[in-house]
Design a protein. Structure first.
Length: 669
């Protein structure tokens, strides 16, 4: 796990000097405190920088940037290729390459590219963001930028006004370049308020883009950049198995076999590793499967809040720890220290991720590092791909009764009832049922994502004049930015991904759409982004067994009833987990992993800080929000816990981000 940066400007125009490259690189020391390297082509067309967190092959020979024998191919690499040993063995048989390291996955990547070109990606099991500069055709150099299939690792790209291409693992590194300055992308900000993150390829910074999961960008010798998608796990009715084609028992057995392989792959490490343990099914499975493969206790880590026992899962984490004899670590954080983290959180994230889970995750990662552990396995991806959230069944019911034409007779009666329900309001604002009716009447998709915030009536009241702030979205990478993303209509993001699937999916279609939409937006730009930023802030590498691409492809073809059936989500996962964790733990009510945000807003000190942040914010003063409406919402939340904690947290993150990054004021709270 590392941090990478680079610059590229062909056609005999030199890039920035090496001092600038070093400054960009060293803005990310936390991503790689163990070593650093920098390389600048003699002709000055390309430069690469690297911060190293040594995980596999700790020798100096594995340092980066790394080049082939002739110096015609140079790579910087962030992540891990878990099957690098098998790739090395295959390449050794060719007898073509001289190997400088014993078992560096970077060197395996380098020679795999020489042998197979970009098709080498198809052979990789891993998480990665890498850049390859190829001058084997001296007259036509090319730079490739690649992000892994699921988007576990981030990768950003920008072009300066003088046509210099820049890339980095974190946005903050780009601003060390003299031609880069932070400006808010207003369209991305609009979509952020909907999705609590900016959807790839947009970022909250104008002119800076993130390469989406499963995509790559190639910049040619003329400086022209083109993007293409190299992996896309599309659901379809044709590829979805029926219950007659695979039994539930066989599906459970196959899933377990795939997970054992996935966990084993992610135990490749030359440094200590452990598991983030919530006490739930997914992290418990990680502990169970790791325990089978280890001759020492698994190191496990759990976090909780002082005075908020109902938010803590210590009890269940201890049960898992005792069952498998893990070396267990617990961290208890106070509301005060959690709240005082907010300015630092804004700096760590680069662009806001309005998920309060970032707070406990930050302290959890700190605990991991303080224990001497460098690598942890996490449970992200199970709920998204195997329909584990409560709202999956909730949306299935809404879909059956409103959207599903096969149930039109029954649906029309329910539709009438929903119409009456939709006339009601919640705290004076439009109810979810009314929003569903409005979406159905407009022909819009039902599911917009697992963490949508400002929409419908509330959104209209928060930003009544936002259209006057709209800007054109100009992306210099051909094929990267869908044109409809530039509109102030967040449904265009949803319809871009889900619209083409309609009529081609197994029923109920909404359940296949849920997993696909989550894979395109919430997983890479929200859940995995928060894991990457919070763990790397403490120089810890997080690995994600449930997002091995073989596991994801298997989930994609499963009968839907093996994922969600009679209100039970993640059915095959739970059946597989029963023998390891016991039915009581497996089928207990799912508990969220987050901060007691609604309660914090009711605390005098926190509420006063929020009010002060809004009062001094340029975002508020310049008319992006209806300040009277926003102020009234905050007062109601402070006085009676009006259920607006999520909405206020999303706005507060944006306000603090703007103050720190765009307004140039050192963030305070």
């Amino acid at each position: 796990m590392c941090g990478i940066v680079g610059a590229y400007r062909p056609e005999n125009k030199e890039i920035c000097d090496i001092t600038t490259l070093v400054a960009m690189r060293d803005k990310m020391v936390h991503r790689g405190p163990d070593d650093s390297g920098v390389w600048r082509e003699q002709k000055g067309r390309c430069g690469l920088g690297h911060r190293r967190l040594s995980i596999v092959d700790l020798s100096d020979a594995a340092a980066q940037p790394m080049s082939n024998d002739s110096g015609s191919v140079v790579v910087v690499f962030n992540g891990e290729i878990y099957n690098h040993s098998e790739i090395r063995k295959e390449l050794l048989k060719t007898g073509k390459y001289i190997w400088q390291t014993d078992h560096s996955d970077t060197e395996a990547l380098l020679h795999a590219y020489e042998e197979w070109g970009l098709e080498c990606i198809e052979r990789f099991y891993g998480m990665f963001a890498f850049a390859i500069y190829d001058t084997r055709n001296e007259a036509s150099p090319v730079l490739h930028l690649v992000r892994d299939r699921m988007g576990v690792k981030p990768l950003y790209i920008a072009q300066t006004k003088t046509d210099e291409w820049l890339f980095s693992s974190e946005i903050k590194a780009l601003f060390q370049h003299p031609e880069m300055s932070p400006e808010m992308d207003r369209t991305a900000f609009w979509h952020y308020l909907t999705f609590i993150v900016s959807p790839a390829p947009m970022t909250m910074f104008r002119g800076i883009f993130k390469i989406p999961a499963g995509w790559l960008v190639t910049i040619d010798d003329k400086g022209q950049a083109k993007a293409r998608q190299y992996w896309n796990c599309l659901p379809s009715a044709e590829n979805t198995l029926s219950e007659n084609e695979i039994s539930e028992e066989d599906a459970t057995e196959e899933f377990l076999g795939l997970m054992k392989k996935s966990v084993a792959r992610r135990m490749v490490s030359d440094v200590p590793f452990g598991v983030l343990l919530s006490g739930g099914v997914d992290s418990g499975m990680n502990v169970a499967l790791m325990s089978e493969l280890m001759d020492r206790p698994v190191s496990t880590f759990t976090v909780g809040y002082e005075g908020h026992e109902d938010f803590n899962e210590f009890k269940y984490a201890r049960q898992v720890s005792e069952r498998f004899g893990s070396d267990h670590h617990e961290t208890l954080i106070s509301s005060t220290e959690a709240q005082e983290l907010l300015p630092e959180l804004v700096r760590i994230q680069d662009e806001p991720v309005a998920d309060n889970v970032c707070i406990p995750l930050y302290f959890l990662a700190r605990s991991v590092r303080e224990s001497g552990t460098k690598v942890v396995q996490v449970g992200e991806g199970a709920d998204e791909n195997f329909l584990g959230y409560w709202w999956c069944d909730h949306y299935r019911e809404k879909y059956d009764n409103v959207y599903n034409p096969a149930l039109q007779g029954r649906g029309s009666n329910f539709f009438s009832r929903l119409m009456n329900m939709g006339k009601r309001s919640v705290s004076g604002h439009q109810s979810e049922d009314a929003e569903i009716i409005a979406r159905a009447q407009c022909g819009q998709e039902l599911f917009w994502g697992g963490a949508t915030c400002w929409w419908g009536d509330l959104r209209n009241k928060l930003t009544p004049n936002f259209s006057s702030f709209q800007q054109d979205v100009d992306c210099p990478v051909d094929g990267l930015m869908p044109t409809q993303f530039g509109d102030l209509d967040s449904h265009n993001i949803v319809s871009h991904f889900l619209g083409p699937l309609t009529g081609n999916l197994a029923e109920p279609e909404v359940l296949q759409k849920i997993s696909y939409m989550e894979a395109k937006l919430r997983l890479p730009e929200h859940l995995l982004m928060r894991v990457d930023k919070m763990t790397m802030a403490h120089s810890v590498e997080a690995r994600v067994p449930f997002l091995d691409h073989e596991v994801v492809e298997f989930a994609n073809k499963l009968p839907i009833s093996y994922k969600l059936n009679e209100g039970i989500g993640k059915k095959v996962i739970k059946k597989a987990a029963e023998n390891f964790l016991g039915a009581d733990l497996v089928y207990r009510k799912k508990q969220g992993f987050g901060a007691p945000m609604d309660r914090w807003f009711m605390e005098e000190k926190f509420g006063n800080r929020c009010q002060a942040a809004l009062d001094r914010s340029k975002l508020c003063r310049e008319g992006f929000f209806d300040n009277d409406f926003l102020g009234a919402m905050l007062r109601k939340q402070r006085e009676s816990g009006g259920g607006y904690g999520f909405h206020l947290w999303t706005v507060l993150n944006a306000v603090l981000w703007y103050e720190e990054w765009v307004d140039g004021q050192e963030g305070t709270f």
